[in-house]
Write a protein that binds this ligand. Structure first.
Ligand code: PHE
Length: 366
């Protein structure tokens, strides 16, 4: 609808009588037009109203022109009436202009839906799980499915748990292979070199049958692309009557297949660890070449991941178990090494440098 037209029509009828009377009539019409403009609440209608009264062809302009033609007697009263009307209209229009500013703001606000929420970024960095955490969760998950219970043990431990009761008395040459961090002036306290210490804690605190998996940090004086002074191991062991080497082989095979896929092959190679007899080195078919031979496996087709064996009778005796009645197997392997193989990493140290550009590639959830 054209508001201008609407207002014009209202006041366009010729007004009768004297100029003063016409001015009075225009004043009344103007009051009506102002009311109509206030209903319309548009700045354009204010401008249209102004033009229709004060513009070049406006009503006031017409009245002022007519003033020239009126008689001497009439003129003073008519002049006063027209001028008063003009001033009133001017004042009223100024007022309407101010109001129009507020109408505009109100219209804008009404057109904008009110959002009571604080602005938030659609994407907030969530971080990711560390590859060692990811693989540890997966490893423990698979062991739980196999009926194992997760067990914990101390990182700072007595020589007894880490060495002597594991059939490594203080003069045992195998101790030299594990370059141990000792606690200053506390000869018998050390940073554990292996999670096998948990075997001893568990055997002393629990009763067979035991099916235990124990992850944790271990420490050795060692640092190169494939060794860090701190790394992670997992120890798994089963103690009961009648446990055999076949149980161990089956468990290791089932576990590795669960983590690396049904085609994964494992191999046991006779080896020596003081706390097992017989003992074996635990090899995994090369994840890179699937056994064909490559640089990673030094053309052998196999990768060494840990050790295993039947728990040595001396270990049972050291914790006062009847080694005739109980047998058991144990195996241990590096968690970090598993992460390297599973996620195809070539430098162990990247796991511990805390670089976000590396760690950010891993998922948040397992
Ligand atoms: N604790 C041994 C190591 O750190 C691994 C191992 C665990 C070997 C259990 C045999 C049985 O090298």
């Amino acid at each position: 609808m054209d508001h201008t037209e609407h207002i014009d029509k209202q006041s366009s009828a010729p007004l009768p009588g004297t100029l003063a009377e016409r001015a009075a009539a225009e004043a009344a019409a103007f009051t009506t037009a102002v009311a109509a403009t206030r209903v319309l609440r548009s700045p354009e209608s204010v401008e249209a109203l102004r033009l229709s009264y004060l513009g070049r062809k406006g009503k006031i302009t017409a009245l002022l022109e007519d003033l020239r033609n009126c008689s001497k007697e009439e003129r003073p009263a008519a002049g006063k009436a027209v001028n008063v009307l003009k001033q009133t209209i001017e004042r009223e229009i100024e007022l309407l202009k101010t109001e129009a500013g507020a109408w505009q703001v109100a219209a804008k606000l009404a057109a904008t839906p009110l959002d009571i929420h604080l602005p938030v970024d659609a994407w907030v960095p969530q971080g990711s799980l560390h590859p060692v955490t990811l693989i540890r969760r997966e490893i423990l998950g698979e062991f739980r499915r196999l009926g194992f219970t997760v067990y914990d043990g101390p990182e700072i431990d007595y020589d007894f748990y880490n060495f002597s009761s594991l059939n490594m008395p203080s003069d045992h040459p195998a101790r030299d292979m594990q370059d141990t961090f000792y606690i200053k002036e506390q000869d018998h306290l050390l940073l554990r070199t292996q999670t096998s210490n948990i075997q001893i804690h568990c055997l002393l605190n629990e009763k067979p049958p035991l099916r235990i998996v124990a992850p944790g940090r271990v420490f050795r004086v060692d640092s190169d692309p494939t060794h860090t002074p701190m790394f992670h191991q997992v120890e798994a062991f089963v103690v009961d009557r009648g446990i055999t080497f076949a149980h161990m082989k089956g468990t290791i095979d089932a576990f590795m297949k669960a983590v690396f896929g049904a085609n994964m092959k494992t191999r046991l190679r006779p080896s020596y660890f003081p706390f097992v007899e017989p003992g074996a080195e635990l090899d995994l078919q090369c994840v890179h070449c699937s056994g064909k031979g490559c640089r990673l496996c030094k053309q052998t087709g196999w990768l060494e991941v840990g050790g295993c064996g039947m728990i040595h009778p001396n270990v049972f005796e050291s914790v006062e178990y009847d080694s005739e009645a109980y047998t058991g197997f144990a195996f241990g392997f590096g968690i970090d090494r598993m992460a390297m193989l599973k996620y195809k990493l070539d430098d162990l140290r990247t796991l511990f440098e805390g670089s976000y550009s590396f760690l950010g590639h891993f998922p948040i959830f397992t």
